[in-house]
Design a protein around this ligand. Structure first.
Ligand code: ZN
Length: 457
């Protein structure tokens, strides 16, 4: 007889305890422990195969310089945005988690990838939809693939049985929260189930070299539902973000064992699927005829990718008591700091003004190089004086009102030139040794906010 055992799991971080505790000793959250039944059967936990695993050759230490390193050929998809966020294609045997709010389009993205990789045999396993529902969704897309297989199943042992028969070259699981393993006896979506199923899938990926994509739902506070341990277990975590009411979607890397974590992919959601946006600056800057107050363009970097982005602000006298400070897509503490600098160094009287700041396109930005654009936009709104749409900015603003250098200036300048800007305002410390003559744009080097002010009036 198999023994029934229960353990308490923290629903936040996944740590376990034999008895209930009020406060999690690992992550400090209160009331997160839930009792879950663990039932162990004869099969060892974590094994994805039905039969006992064969004895493997023990590995021995090797001298580092004797280690043969052959760059594993990555699977390059048709989707350049996905290739970029993965660090240059799909790595064999990698376990990739795609997180995002319900309804944002994770399943669409995965199905589209499955359908566009026509040369590879792909198994799309869904625990959320039936085969006919998936077929209906696929029919709306313009892609056709002979090699895309679908399976509606939630039991991992059943899935592995099908996988062994089919031998797919890529496995997609939609979603990890719907799976359950027979080795654990708690409900699907619980910490122990999510952990067990991910463990089995990871083992499968590593032993067979098959890349596995997991779709994971996200909770209201933005973390992937289920234990934090899920994020630790996988190789790559991609976040699929965007406003459900807007058509743009952003695919962002938050963890990647095979590449940089600063990459960004941008898509447009259309009725027939997701379209890559290869030139995002065009959508991040609104097209308009007339010039508006409070709009400034900043040249930022997201990963290796230069982006020109529109910063909008509205500064107006506060009519109801305490002035409001609100920023969307930008750190509000940073905004307060810049306002203080403008007040102290620029002599602007902002104490009785409401200030609203918005980053266009629904993007969240944290590049300090946008400081200059934020300041320019605030000044423009405060003085009701529009900035020419041919100017853009790249520079960090210090507490003394000085303009500091930011990295990778050349790629920012060349992106601005490529998009037809006539003038870019940068820190004079950032362009030392940079050959400016090769850019078809006027580069204005400033060292203080006052000098920047001269450029926009
Ligand atoms: Zn915890």
């Amino acid at each position: 007889m198999a023994k029934t055992k229960t353990t308490f799991f923290c629903q936040n971080c996944g740590s376990q305890s034999p008895k209930w505790v009020g406060k999690c000793p690992a992550c400090g959250e209160w009331n997160t422990y839930v009792e879950e039944v663990i039932h162990k059967d004869d099969n060892p936990r974590g094994s994805w195969k039905q039969e006992p695993a064969k004895l493997k050759r023990a590995s021995t230490p090797k001298k580092l310089h004797e280690v043969n390193f052959e760059a594993q050929p990555r699977l390059i998809t048709d989707d350049n945005e996905l290739n970029r966020v993965l660090g240059g294609g799909i790595v064999p045997g990698s376990l990739v988690l795609i997180g995002g709010e319900p309804g944002i389009g994770k399943s669409t993205l995965m199905l589209q990838i499955a359908l566009t990789l026509t040369q590879q045999k792909i198994l799309y396993v869904s625990g959320e939809e039936s085969e006919s529902q998936i077929k209906m969704r696929a029919d709306r897309m313009p892609f056709k693939s002979e090699n895309c297989f679908v399976l509606s199943e939630t039991n991992t042992q059943q899935i592995f049985q099908q996988v062994e028969a089919l031998k797919p070259e890529l496995l997609v699981i939609d979603s990890i929260q719907t799976l359950y393993s027979s080795h654990v006896e708690s409900a699907a979506g619980s910490v122990s189930q999510v952990r067990e199923c991910t463990g089995e899938l990871m083992k499968f990926a590593k032993e067979t070299g098959t890349p596995v994509f997991l779709v994971g739902h996200i909770t209201k506070d933005g973390s992937i539902a289920g234990p934090k341990v899920l994020e630790h277990m996988v190789d790559t975590v991609l976040q699929f973000e965007g406003d459900r009411h807007m058509s743009y979607r952003i695919l962002r890397t938050s963890k990647n064992r095979f590449g940089s974590t600063h990459e960004l992919g941008i898509y447009e959601m259309r009725a027939e699927g997701l379209r890559e946006i290869s030139n995002p600056s065009e959508i991040l800057i609104s097209q308009r005829e007339e010039q508006l107050n409070g709009v400034a363009i900043g040249a930022m970097l997201e990963g290796n990718r230069p982006l020109l982005i529109e910063i909008q602000s509205l500064v107006s006298p506060a009519t109801y008591g305490t002035p409001q400070r609100s920023s969307t897509g930008h750190d509000s503490k940073r905004l307060n700091m810049l306002l203080a600098v403008l007040e102290k160094r620029g002599g602007m009287r902002l104490g009785q003004q409401d200030v609203f700041l918005n980053v266009a396109g629904g993007l969240k930005v944290d590049d300090p190089a946008l400081d200059l654009a934020v300041c320019a936009s605030l000044i423009s709104s405060y003085e009701d004086n529009p900035i020419s749409h041919e100017i853009c900015f790249a520079g960090e603003v210090g507490l003394g009102g000085e303009i500091r250098a930011v990295n990778r200036m050349e790629s920012r300048i060349s992106e601005a030139a490529k998009l037809g800007f006539k003038k870019i305002v940068v820190s004079k410390y950032a362009i030392k040794g940079v050959d400016l003559s090769k850019f078809d744009i006027k580069v204005v080097a400033v060292s203080r906010l006052e000098e920047m002010y001269q450029e926009i009036v």
